[in-house]
Structures are given as structure tokens and as C-alpha cells.
Design a protein around this ligand. Sequence first.
Ligand code: SAM
Length: 250
Amino acid sequence: MKFEIFTILPEIFSPYLSASILDKAAKKGLVEFNLHNIRDYTNDSHHTTDDTPYGGGGGMVMKPEPIFDAVESVTGTPPQCPVLLMTPQGKVFDQELAHTLAEEPQVAIICGRYEGYDERIREHLVTHEVSIGDFVLTGGELPALLVMDAITRLLPGVLGDPTGAIDDSHSSGLLEYPHYTRPVEYRGWRVPDVLLSGDHQKIEDWRSMQAIERTNKKRPDMILKFNPEELSKKPRAFLIDLLKKSPNKS
Ligand code: SAM
């Protein structure tokens, strides 16, 4: 999979992309992070990428020409892949979109700066407006890194344990169950006996029920959307019973 990243600050990316799992994935040839400096697609000697807003007001606006030229020269005219615009006005990025984008061979990501973008970029170049939450950052580079990280770990071969992402919070529609490791007892707090029992069915049921219980407590909005048919018999009965008792029941 290829990420085509369009930014005026490419230097922000290397420290993160050259570390850990993302770097290993790139070295294995599973993913490419191609950085494109929007300034390289300007025609003036100052490499101008922004200008004052028509109609007045504060802040500078990212010009359309260098962004259109950069994205089209890399991805085609019109672009032959999803073009993501990082913006606090977009749909909030989630695991479902990460899974959808992980199926694509190429994804372009535009990182904004200043007050925002010339509206024609939004209207005529972009396929997805993506936000990472209801707050405003100084630029789209951190959001782009976050989106690429979430997608890259879903690509086949990237995680050491390929089953690692299956039970992840938000992948199954539930938050993940609790984890424990050695020692069995720490400061008097013991690991639940069921995890030491060696009974795989019991452990699986316990984990499902823990996932249901904590999702119900922390994210009642998720539990209401979850389909009990996806569970085996015992956890399904547990969920149905919980929903009957729960004040979250709609
Ligand atoms: N004035 C803009 C608005 O209200 O929509 C915000 C501009 S912000 C200061 C500059 C850039 O940071 C944005 O163009 C976008 O690329 C990025 N950015 C800021 N917050 C973001 C968020 N929550 N999600 C995604 N990108 C964000």
C-alpha cells in the first residue's frame, strides 16, 4: 500500500515514520510513505502556498493551484485513489474507515496549515474529509500520522501476531477485554483465576463477557449498536440479560 502525503512540512514525519512498527513495515515492502512537499509544485520564486482570504478576515488560506498540481501529478487527473483532506470539519476517523482504507492500494492525504484551504480543493479534489476529533490543531501532519498508523497496522504481515488486531477495541464492535501478565499476584492484586485455569472455552467466554461489561459501562452507545448474534451462547445470554437490566436500554 502506498500513502502519498502532501504537506509543506515533510520534516515532521521522519521521526515517527522511522521508528517502530511503521518503519519495519516499510522496510519489509508492505507499505510506502511517500512525502510530497507542496512547495515543490509552486511556480513563483518564493514557493508561495498560501494567500490572504477574499472578503477579508484574519489568517492565510492554502492556495488551490499547488495542491491540485501536487495531488494530480502523483495520483492522476482525476485522482485514481481516495484523497483525504485532514480537517476538523470532517467525519471523525474511526476503525471502520481504517479497515475500508486498508483495502486500497494507494491513499493520498492532504495536510493543511494556516486558517484552512481554498474551498475548491474541498469541492473538486477531495473524496473524504477526515477529522481526528472535535478540537483544532495547528496542522494536518499529526492527524495524517495518526490515520496512517491506524491503517498500516491492519495491513497483512505488519503485526507480529496476525490475530492481534481482531479483538482490538472497535474492531469487533466492543471494547477489548482486560489483559494480565506475570506476576500472578502484585501488591495483593491477583490475576483472575479463570485465566490460569487452562480451560480455553471458559477463558474465551470470560473475555467476551468482560468486553461486554466494560463496553456497556464505558461506551453505552456502542453496546446498543452491537449485534448479540455475533457472540457464542453464554456471552450472548449474558449480553441479553445485561441489556434487560441496563438503564442504557433504548
Ligand atoms: N480554520 C479551520 C477550521 O475551523 O476548520 C482550522 C484550521 S487548523 C488551524 C489548520 C489545519 O490543521 C487544518 O487545515 C487541518 O489540516 C489541520 N487540523 C486541525 N485540527 C484538525 C482535526 N481535528 N482533524 C484533522 N485535521 C485537523
